[in-house]
Design a protein around this ligand. Structure first.
Ligand code: FES
Ligand code: FES
Length: 158
């Protein structure tokens, strides 16, 4: 149904007049020009499209806009604050945890929520959590190392 829908986006209110059944992924990419969230499988399986909605990491390819209404959305474009990279972003750079980069926004947002909820994770817990995000380049080991490093650096802070 076409109607006005308001939500927060990286700290700013946004109102769109559009069909509330459209997916958040396509609204972000085509209406709002935020192309960090990627289209991978379109089936909720790969994690390339992850955004944070209401504090949860969600697969935006499977999230209808009506389920976003009134909530705060954080995309990869909003992860850095005040011109400073999130510790996870810096750790991905330091550990070379990026190859083509297609999976990276989803990896970072998934990991950010994970570290917020699990501030001192074991390596096994990181591996288990990140298995739900796919990397076609085989960078998974470096990604896990980067998340371990960021967790150490953050020292339990989110
Ligand atoms: S594109 Fe959404 S989970 Fe793969
Ligand atoms: S770095 Fe290419 S898909 Fe992960």
């Amino acid at each position: 149904m076409k109607r006005a829908i308001t939500f927060g986006l990286n700290g700013q209110p946004v109102t769109l007049d559009t069909d509330d059944d459209r997916t958040l992924l396509w609204v972000l990419r085509t209406d709002l020009a935020l192309t960090g969230a990627k289209y991978g499988c379109g089936e909720g399986l790969c994690g390339a499209c992850i955004a944070i909605v209401g504090g949860k990491a969600v697969r935006s390819c499977k999230t209808a806009l009506k389920h976003v209404e009134g909530k705060e959305v954080v995309t990869i474009e909003g992860l850095a604050r005040n011109g400073e990279l999130h510790p996870l972003q810096q750790a991905f750079i330091d550990h070379g945890a990026v190859q083509c980069g297609y999976c990276t926004p989803g990896m970072l947002l998934s990991a950010a929520v994970f570290l917020r909820d699990t501030p001192r994770p074991s390596r096994d817990a990181i591996v288990a959590h990140m298995e739900r995000n796919l990397c076609r380049c085989g960078a998974q080991q470096r990604i896990v190392e980067a998340i371990e490093s960021a967790a150490r650096q953050m020292g339990g802070q989110s």
